[in-house]
Write a protein that binds this ligand. Sequence first.
Ligand code: N01
Length: 555
Amino acid sequence: MQNTDSLEQRSSIEAPSFDVIIVGAGFAGMYMLHLARELGLTATILETAPGVGGTWFWNRYPGARCDVESMQYSYSFCEELQQEWSWSERYASQPEILKYANHVANKFDLLRDIRFNSRVASAIFHEGEDVWQVSTAGGEHYRAKWCVMATGCLSAAQRPNIPGLGTFKGEIYHTGNWPQEPVDLASRKIGAIGTGSSGIQVVPELAKLAKHLYVFQRTPNFSIPARNQPMDSAYEAEWKQSYAERRMAARTMPAGILSDIGTKSALAVSPEDRLQEYERRWAAGGTGFTGAYSDLLKNEDANSTAAEFVRKKIREVVTDPAVANLLAPVHPIGSKRICADTNYFATFNRQNLTLVDLRSNPLQEVSENGLTAGSQFYELDTLVLATGFDAITGALSKIDIVGRQALTLKEKWRDGPNTYLGLMTSGFPNLFIVTGPGSPSVLTNVIVAIEDNVKWIADCLAYLKTRGAETIEATASAEEGWMEHVGQAAEGTLYTKAKSWYLGVNVPGKPAVFMPYVGGVPTYQKICEEVATDGYRGFVIEGRSESLRARQAVG
Ligand code: N01
């Protein structure tokens, strides 16, 4: 049901009132609720899904698995939680992560303050009252002083604009919005579109089930074998003996992941040493491969040594040289998000799989019974769209967010998102964003980024509460300065050398702006802490007490 009330009508509606409304019950929203309660604030979460888990609720496609090691991809805020939980594999599968999310929700008694099946359609700031009115698609209205968008970076599934897609008579599944009920894929003729992280995980599983699988590839991607395995109990025990210290050490690493990062240039070592190092990392498995040398994401010559190594591996695994050639990526390794896989390239040796190269045979249309690429028609029963997300800003732009003077967030971000620290955007007082654009978010172990952002927001709310403040808002000049810094940090990296969702170019009409902050977790966290210690430098805080009315340091 569409929310058709006018802005004036909505303003006058009696609505349950909270100190904090949190949008989203993923890892960010759950932790935010927990900390808001600890501050003695009333809070509720509004969540589209019927359960917790956020992106891990929806991404339940066969093969869905995290590519950050389980011992690290979990909350660190509670020692008891991290000691009591046991992961069964080196890399956790989606069902296990969802089980963990539910365990956390139960342990901290979060469910009673989560309104499920409540998709937020709008959030409107009422000036004068200094209140956010948040309304759901179902027509429910809520009011709160503070609003926290815990909507996730990879939560708005991106459906491709393929002519005729709506006419297809078979089933269509999107990896990012996979059905909750079991899906029967056995003995089907399946077409899979997309070869990013999701495609690379789902393809080997689909191939096991399908009568025939056609993989429609536009851009080949780099992937490193995950070498997933049952959790080694000695390894788990080692972690648990010094969990807190290890979590702290992880936060000194750029991606917030405790890993072995090379400090030398790839060009400063001999070809033999380099090869040995790449072989060692290939054998160890996982996305830590690109941490081999300090300049792999900065210097094209350095990068090409690693890229060529992986291309060679692909050619060794894939028996048909023509297929291997099509699977060999040409962009700098790591400039698009690197993937971790289980038997991805070997799957292309199966007899029931055909790789269709969309670069030489462009996708023409989908019709009732299949798909045409180039001049060839492929008869299909099922289409699997592994076509990714409207990343970082997509979930926010699905909500009608209106700030001061009726400014909409969509309008403000028309040429690209602007934030201060990724946490707030000027013109939208009391609206916090967790892992927003301009924060390290997707370049990290996102649970680290989430915990740090949420803790910062909670500390900020405590500060505002003790001072009786009514509003906090990023200043336009602080925001400008931060975005300049974010842009400068991305310059001189290879991230902008590929067409990726980091830049938003996978979404038609989205401005091409590199959205994450590449400065790394320690630098970012230090800046956030300094801003807070400095009385929330770059924010205007206004409140009941006259002293707070004085505008705080600007920019
Ligand atoms: O999405 P993607 P994803 N016609 O955008 C293709 C995280 N994640 O869901 O590259 C034809 O990477 C598109 O082609 P191209 C992780 O951060 C993590 O796979 O644009 N093809 C591309 O191949 C990841 O990076 C995990 O030319 C079309 C693919 O679809 C992020 O989520 C697991 C098309 C989309 O790839 C997103 O990954 C899964 C069209 N019209 C995801 N439109 C783990 O932790 C799109 N494509 C392991």
